[in-house]
Design a protein around this ligand. Structure first.
Ligand SMILES: [Zn+2]
Length: 493
């Protein structure tokens, strides 16, 4: 294993060398979505970071056992389902499906285990029963269960909070609460009238949010595993509570590394519905932004820094992606003289090493991106000067491939993703008349290729009105044709 990856560990407060317990297999758990609404870009900042780390670990030769939960029962889901007069399941599945589609839109790899909380309710009840037997949990009169934090003196070790003065026995029963609200938290909630519940060995009810992750992590990764991931908003109370539940039961460290991505701001401000700067991934696609630009922007700032998401930044991200795609196209389609110049194989190797060194240094994506763009600049200048030879192309393309194994923005699927978002918007009545018209005119890559072939045929048979008609149809769909000596090239405006 050649890697010397270092990661910021919230638990130790230090940046540490990462080595999996097992040497080869990395066990990791990342907190997944609570499927009560469409995912917003703050959520996706964390999911993109987790994806980059996954891909880098794999590129480094590790095997992964990555678990991510889907929280399909919690306070918000129950509230929203009731408002929409739907069962919890019927309500949650819609947003679970949407989340899985959004993952594809952003080229997020599927974890080895993507697990639903409601499929592990009995295991959660068993876990709580064991906590109760050891005195870490107690039952209240209404049949709910709480974790007794006074029994776990290490409480606060992740969030570095001192809870010495807190009142013993005070309780909090909501899933999410304020930072100073350190009280006994709900493990199991007895059903209120009309609420969804499950029959279990500890009685009827439903799990609290925190116990879900402790149980599902243990099911798939055992008592201790390598990395636990999430956004920094989960440090307290969610991850602090996961540690309390799991470690009081097993007596072992739940995870070696606790790694958190920092907040995302929008135009310098905290994203909130009341400020009007709250964006789901789908909002951005419908505004005409490409999936690749969004992924690029979310990946471009290292997870250890706050990310200020701006529309200017999104525009620049689109330009950066275009530069990479054009560069690759130039290497693939350019006519270069025979031979090679050893300088370019060296440049390719140096770039590969710099990208790797950046990512090994606490997943510093901005260093990796700078390395690849330095290479693009230098090779473009050399190509303009006629210095690139045929045999220089392969090593340069190999570096781009290795870059895209992690960043995955060069591969182009943007048009299909935008069309899918617009189809979705039409199906839920969220489409504007302009978007509906654009969707009407839009063409898939295959349709474009077929029309170009048809136009070539028309030109060969000197049917110029037909060939002009096709050109106009393509132009209405935002397709630009360039007639070159090697044939027709096309791109999207
Ligand atoms: Zn969690």
């Amino acid at each position: 294993m050649s890697t010397m990856l270092r990661l910021s560990n919230t638990l130790s407060g230090k940046t540490e060398d990462f080595r999996p317990f097992d040497g080869k297999l990395v066990g990791m758990y990342s907190c997944g979505p609570t499927v009560y609404d469409y995912g917003h870009i703050g959520n996706f900042r964390t999911f993109v970071f987790v994806d980059l780390l996954r891909r880098f670990l794999r590129q480094s030769g590790y095997k992964l056992n990555h678990v991510m939960n889907i929280t399909d029962v919690d306070d918000k889901i129950i509230r929203n389902a009731a408002q929409h007069k739907l069962s919890v399941r019927d309500y949650a599945i819609k947003y679970e499906d949407a989340f899985l589609e959004d993952m594809k839109t952003l080229n997020l790899q599927q974890p080895e285990h993507l697990v639903r909380a409601t499929d592990y309710i009995q295991q959660m009840a068993q876990f709580i029963a064991q906590l109760e037997k050891r005195g870490f949990a107690y039952r209240t009169e209404d049949g709910s269960y709480y974790f007794r934090i006074a029994k776990f003196p290490e409480y606060g070790k992740l969030s570095k909070k001192d809870f010495a003065g807190m009142e013993a026995g005070a309780r909090v029963d909501v899933d999410e609460y304020e930072k100073d609200d350190a009280r006994d938290f709900a493990l199991w909630k007895s059903p209120k009238p009309g609420e969804a519940f499950w029959e279990t060995e500890i009685g009827p009810g439903r799990p609290g949010w925190h116990i879900e992750c402790s149980v599902m992590a243990r099911e798939f990764l055992g008592d201790s595993f390598d990395i636990h991931l999430g956004g920094e908003d989960l440090i307290f109370p969610h991850h602090e509570n996961e540690i309390a539940q799991s470690e009081s039961l097993t007596g072992k460290a739940m995870a070696h590394f606790w790694v958190h991505s920092r907040f995302l701001l929008v135009e310098g401000e905290k994203m909130s519905k009341s400020l009007g700067n709250f964006y789901t991934l789908r909002d951005l696609l419908l505004m005409g932004h490409k999936a690749s630009s969004i992924r690029y922007l979310l990946a471009s700032v290292p997870y250890t820094r706050q990310l200020n998401f701006t529309f200017d930044g999104l525009k620049q991200a689109a330009q950066s992606v275009d530069r990479l795609r054009n560069f690759k196209l130039r290497l693939q389609t350019g006519k270069f003289p025979q031979g090679s110049n050893p300088k370019f194989a060296q440049l390719a190797e140096q770039t590969r090493l710099k990208m790797r060194a950046g990512l090994e240094d606490d997943m510093n994506t901005s260093v990796a991106l700078a390395a690849v763009f330095d290479m693009v600049r230098e090779v473009n200048a050399s190509a303009d000067a006629g210095e690139i030879k045929q045999d220089d192309v392969a090593p340069l393309l190999a570096v781009l491939d290795s870059f895209d194994e992690i960043f995955d923005v060069i591969r182009d699927g943007d048009n299909e993703k935008t069309r899918a978002a617009m189809e979705w918007a039409r199906s839920v009545g969220k489409i504007s008349p302009e978007q509906a018209a654009a969707l009407e005119h839009s063409l898939s890559d295959e349709q474009v290729e077929a029309l170009i072939a048809e136009r070539n045929q028309a030109k060969r048979s000197r049917d110029f009105s037909k060939s002009d008609e096709i050109r106009n149809q393509l132009s209405d769909a935002g397709i630009v044709l360039e007639d070159t000596k090697d044939g027709v090239r096309w791109k999207r405006k």
